[in-house]
Ligand binder design. Structure first.
Ligand SMILES: Cc1cc2nc3c(=O)[nH]c(=O)nc-3n(C[C@H](O)[C@H](O)[C@H](O)COP(=O)(O)OP(=O)(O)OC[C@H]3O[C@@H](n4cnc5c(N)ncnc54)[C@H](O)[C@@H]3O)c2cc1C
Ligand code: SF4
Length: 454
């Protein structure tokens, strides 16, 4: 696991410390390391790792190709199931997905390094350059609009382009990639990987990106319904959930902190900065670890429940501990006092009483320079008229159709599985195939589904 350079109190981190802290979390495997690791795989017949991967990559198949000296074949096999296999190899919580299910855990006490082997193979395909590995089908004459150039939108775009449709992707941000570009921790996506991957994906042709264009501000859903044969909404969850306590305006949004870091690059924080992060998920860990990696003197995560209830995986918790982040459980703020830069968090301890989280009644003050709130994201308040929302997400059926005809949705803005990059990719892929079936059924006039050519 990565070791962070954590300077002594009062000592500045320096350029070399910053560069080391924000270097690749998992340096790539060499060819020799990859070949050796491939020999650890047992090539299970009904491999549990495949079932545990939301995109059902043929893991034994691609590891077999690496073992036989064919990384390009391995990479193409991965990308045929997951076109963002490069990001997933870097960002998937493999310990709770494919590697968590690996049977080698039972005999060797550790899993085959599936994520790192996946990265080795996908990087080989991307570094080869040349023609895109997947051809487009003949032009279908159909045009599809996508709103959101995150993993769900991009995976949909690639899959629909392969099926012969022409695609226009609208996105509010300056750069494509969604949270791959603005959310994932910088050390997971070193060397501008998000943009390199988008460029690779666009190599298939037939996809146009229109950045800086926001649905609800620059155009409406009815504009898209008028101009396109189908619409895919991949809006993610943009709106930070509030703390709902007095003085919360003094807290900064943790995702905004991370996005600013991704935009401007890591810069040393003033020595002595003391930061509190409120929350228990991956956003809290990413904000805390990156603040520490920027040289913050003390970083504390405050979480209202116990360790086991944390959304952050044990591996992420260990990463935070490695970076010198302190985790506090069973505590939450009831008020934020002071002024920007000189803040007092008024905390109470918490406990479970008859299945309900309650304050113990205790009160103590916790002085900090900055507070980052990482208590979750919500769907943006401006959801187009006619789109039904259920439990805070866009309602879809089993085929990703929303309540409006030929408007589909996927990724974090719907409830399909865990809020992970790999799940968003799977949603995009499956939604593209479902929309393709509906478009072809409408053309045939059969109303029948399931006649797409995949
Ligand atoms: C801080 C953080 C760290 C994370 N780390 C990990 C990780 O390590 N591993 C992992 O697997 N997952 C991680 N996740 C989760 C993962 O990033 C998401 O599940 C995934 O990005 C969801 O993809 P998406 O395409 O649905 O949405 P997003 O990636 O959020 O993309 C949505 C896109 O829609 C655009 N958009 C939104 N509204 C509009 C509009 N009205 N008009 C035009 N464009 C619009 C946005 O600009 C954005 O580009 C993390 C999430 C966060 C917040
Ligand atoms: S996409 Fe993620 S879960 Fe699936 S095999 Fe690759 S690293 Fe594992």
């Amino acid at each position: 696991m990565k070791r962070f350079i954590v300077p002594e109190p009062g000592v500045a981190i320096g350029e070399s410390g910053l560069a080391a802290n924000f270097s690749d979390l998992h340096p790539p495997l060499t060819s020799v390391q990859a070949a050796t690791e491939a020999f650890a795989c047992l090539f299970c017949y009904e491999a549990p790792c495949v079932t545990a991967c939301p995109t059902a990559i043929d893991i034994p198949g691609f590891i077999h190709s690496i073992r036989h000296g064919n990384p390009l074949g391995a990479g193409e096999r991965i990308l045929s199931a997951n076109i963002l296999g490069g990001t997933c190899a870097r960002a998937c919580p493999t310990e709770i997905l494919c590697e968590g299910a690996c049977v080698v855990n039972d005999t060797e006490g550790r899993a085959v390094k599936i994520g790192q082997l996946q990265r080795f193979a996908v990087d080989a395909v991307m570094e080869r350059g040349g023609a895109h590995p997947f051809p487009r089908a003949a032009d279908s004459g159909r045009r599809i609009a996508i709103v959101g150039a995150g993993p769900a939108g991009l995976a949909f775009a690639h899959c629909a382009a392969m099926l012969g449709h022409r695609i226009v992707v609208y996105d509010a941000q300056e750069k494509p990639g969604g949270l791959n570009e603005y959310g994932l921790a910088a050390y997971k996506m070193a060397d501008d990987f998000a943009q390199r991957e988008v460029a690779f994906l666009l190599g298939i042709g037939g996809i146009e990106l229109r950045q800086g264009r926001r649905l609800g501000r620059d155009f409406s859903l009815s504009d898209l319904q008028r101009d396109y044969d189908g619409v895919f909404l991949a809006l993610g969850l943009e709106q930070p959930a509030g703390l709902g306590i007095p003085g919360e305006a003094l807290a900064e949004d943790a995702l905004g902190f991370i996005a600013a870091l991704r935009r401007g690059g890591p810069k040393a924080l003033p020595v002595g900065t003391r930061i509190a992060v409120i929350g228990g998920g991956n956003t809290a860990i990413d904000a805390a670890v990156q603040a520490r990696a920027m040289g913050a003197g003390a970083v504390d995560i405050l979480y209202r429940r116990g360790r086991d209830a944390m959304g952050a995986t044990p591996w992420e918790q260990e990463l935070a501990a490695n970076a010198g982040v302190h985790l506090h459980f069973w505590t939450r703020p009831v008020e934020i006092l002071g002024t920007s830069g000189a803040i007092t968090l008024r905390l109470t301890d918490t406990q479970m009483v008859d299945g309900r989280l309650e304050s113990t009644g205790s009160i103590r003050d916790f002085p900090v320079d900055r507070v980052l709130a990482a208590v979750g994201q919500r769907l943006h308040e401006v959801i187009p008229e006619g789109i039904a929302v259920e439990n805070g997400r866009i309602r879809i059926d089993a085929e990703f159709r929303t309540s409006l005809p030929m408007v589909f949705a996927g990724g974090d803005c719907v409830t399909s599985g865990a809020d992970l990059t790999v799940q968003a990719v799977e949603d995009g892929k499956r939604a593209a195939r479902a929309m393709d079936r509906d478009l072809r059924a409408a053309t045939n006039g059969t109303g029948r589904q399931g006649d797409s050519h995949e």
